[in-house]
Structures are given as C-alpha cells and as structure tokens.
Write a protein that binds this ligand. Sequence first.
Ligand SMILES: Cc1ncc(COP(=O)(O)O)c(C=O)c1O
Length: 422
Amino acid sequence: MTSLTDRKNAAISRGVGMTTQIYADRAENSEIWDKEGNRYIDFAAGIAVVNTGHRHPRIIEAVKAQIDRFTHTCHQVVPYESYVHLAERLNALAPGNFAKKTIFVTTGAEAVENAVKIARAATGRQAIVAFGGGFHGRTFMGMALTGKVVPYKIGFGAMPGDVFHAPFPIELHGVSVEQSIAALKKLFAADVDPARVAAIILEPVQGEGGFYPAPASFMRALREICDQHGILLIADEVQTGFARTGKLFAMDHHDVAADLMTMAKSLAGGFPLAAVTGRAEIMDAPAPGGLGGTYGGSPIGIAAAHAVLDIIEDEKLCERAEQLGSRLKQRLAAIREQAPEIVDIRGPGFMNAVEFNDVKTNLPSADFANRVRLIALEKGLILLTCGVHGNVIRFLAPITIQDEVFAEALDILEASIIEARA
Ligand SMILES: Cc1ncc(COP(=O)(O)O)c(C=O)c1O
C-alpha cells in the first residue's frame, strides 16, 4: 500500500516543506491525534495560530452560528456589521493614542503587502527598510523584506526594488543596539536617502529569525529616526500578536507606538484572517478600490476573531501567558545545569525560545536543536526550530494548555534535551 508520505511526495510540490510526517486526524486544545490514533502535545499551535487552543468551544460556536447565517458576500459588495465591529475593536485595542482605521485581508503576507502599499500611498515615497533575520512572508514583497535567503528567496529571481536591510540588534550574536542604529544611519548615508524611505518594518520579537525581542531602547531609537525623517514605523505583529508575549500585542511592551501594525495567525484562532491597523489618516491614503480582496475579512474569520478577543479577555490569557512562560523558562534554566549546549533562554510572556551551541566549537548547533526536536516528536511532543542558524527551539503551545498536559510536555522536553546529548 502506498504510504501517505509517498502520496504526498507524488502529489504536492516539494516546495511546501514539512517538519513532521504526522497526518492530523483531530485536535483539541493543546493535543493532536494522528490517523493511527497516536496522540501529540502541540507546542507549535499551527505556527502561532491557535493561541486559544485547537477548537476552542466558543470559537466553534461563533463560526457555526455564522455559517448558519451566511458564509460569503465579499465585504466590498455587500458589507456586514461584524467586519465594522471587529475593526472598531482592533482600533481601540491596538497600541497608540491616536485615531485608527483597519482593513482585513486573509494572510500575514497579504497584511505585510498592504501595509507597504498604504505606507507608500501615504508618504509618496518608495523605499522600505527591514532587518536581517526578519521574516515577513512568501509573497514577492514579503520575500524581499525577509532578511534570510535560504530557503525563502532561492530560485525566485529578482526581488522588488527599493528594499534595504539593516542588522537587527542581537547582543548574543555580537550586534548591540548602538551598532544596529549606526548601521541604519550608514545605510542612509551610503545607499538610500532617508527622505525617500516610506517605512521601516520590523517584528517586535523576531519570529522565524529566532525569537529575539527588539530592545526597548532600539524601538525608541527607531521611532525617533522615523519622526526625524518622516518615515512610518510598521510593526509586523503577525507572530507576536494576541496574548503570546503576555500582552495583547508585543508593541504594548514599548513606550512608543508604530504607525501601522500587521496581524494574522492567532487573530482568528485557526481561521484565515489578517489585518492592518494604523493611524486613520495614513490608512485613508489609498484610493477607494486600492485595498481589499475577494476573501478579505471573510465573515467566518471575523466571527472567529470576535470570539478570540472575548476569550483572551475572559480567560485572562495575557496573565496565563506570563505564568506559563515563567514556568517554562524556570524549567529550562534547571535543564541548563545538565546541558551546557543551552546558551540562551529568552522571550517575553509565552513567546519563549532556547538556543543551542555545540559544546566543543561553541558555534550555533542546528544539529543539536534538530536532534532535540526529533527525539521529542518520538516521545509525543511537537516542537519547532527557528533562527537564522537553525539552532533555536521556539515554544508556541496554546496559551490555554491544561496544567497537567503542560507538566507532561516539560518532562518530555527535559528528557529529549538530555537524550540529545548522548
Ligand atoms: C512576522 C511574520 N510576518 C508575516 C508572516 C507571513 O504570514 P502568512 O504565512 O500568514 O502569510 C509570518 C509567518 O510566519 C510572520 O511570522
């Protein structure tokens, strides 16, 4: 009999990479069962999508109620109140003490594309500055902004022009805030006139790049530079959003606000929905018809997102993220006593990561991180790696994970790290 993996290999482009060979049959909160009935604890959450857990009963109920009324009209043709109301809610919740407006699209990459379009329309400028190690999606502008070539840009030819990269400050890898800001200023002196720059885009905590938080002084310095040159600041909150960092948005940790924010992933707890929220006058720059899309703001995703926002508030998921994150970081600190490969444990709230070096060379060890991941998978725990060197394990369990399942996962994690040393 042909295995599912063989069928997948025959039917699907290899360009769609897969980190496991588990074929999901059903999922509930923080657990997934495969076709053979094996049970896994999910520390990936569909890559930061189900912060509220798989199939949260209130999301399922909201989606079912929506499906019973209508599934699609296209908001640009026959609008619906739930879209307007969700925009109002996000405008009120997004950090920044100014009037805001919102648009809904379908994916994170599409939100990034639209943020760039809006920034260009509002400023009349073209250039965009992003950061090394940043990830902003797989569309052409998303790829161009992404600060990593392999595997995202390989073979895909010329990228959209007028995109520049500066180094992201990561002390652990020898780049201080001062050095990063100096490099940005050098970029303005050598490569692009800041008067031509429409926006600077960054993730407040780099996601795919390795879960490195942007230091507060860095965010403040970027805000100052933006204000000095009339540049817009875009916070890409696609991975950091919706209680993951212990606050609703990662920008809530900072005392400066972005002009535009992109959101997706956990916004709708497993249903495709993305958004751009920003200063009202900037959001209004594009001409009518310039923004949108057939499925943008699908009523099903919108219904799910309303439920997500209610759940985060009612179940106090920001506080819960802080508690879970501190338990995870404490446990990792204890494991570190027995595993000198661990060189860093970090991350705000429950957006945590552990970074590994080879003990002999003291260089980043993707091999060790991958060994831990594979051993954990054998033991029933789904982990994801990340980082420009691939030597980071990031933790993205649902914030709704039950205490006993979390405790079980931490035991598996410890056993896997110890076994990977053997
Ligand atoms: C920060 C960030 N921006 C954009 C994207 C792209 O989102 P999507 O995969 O929904 O297009 C991602 C996806 O991982 C992301 O983490």
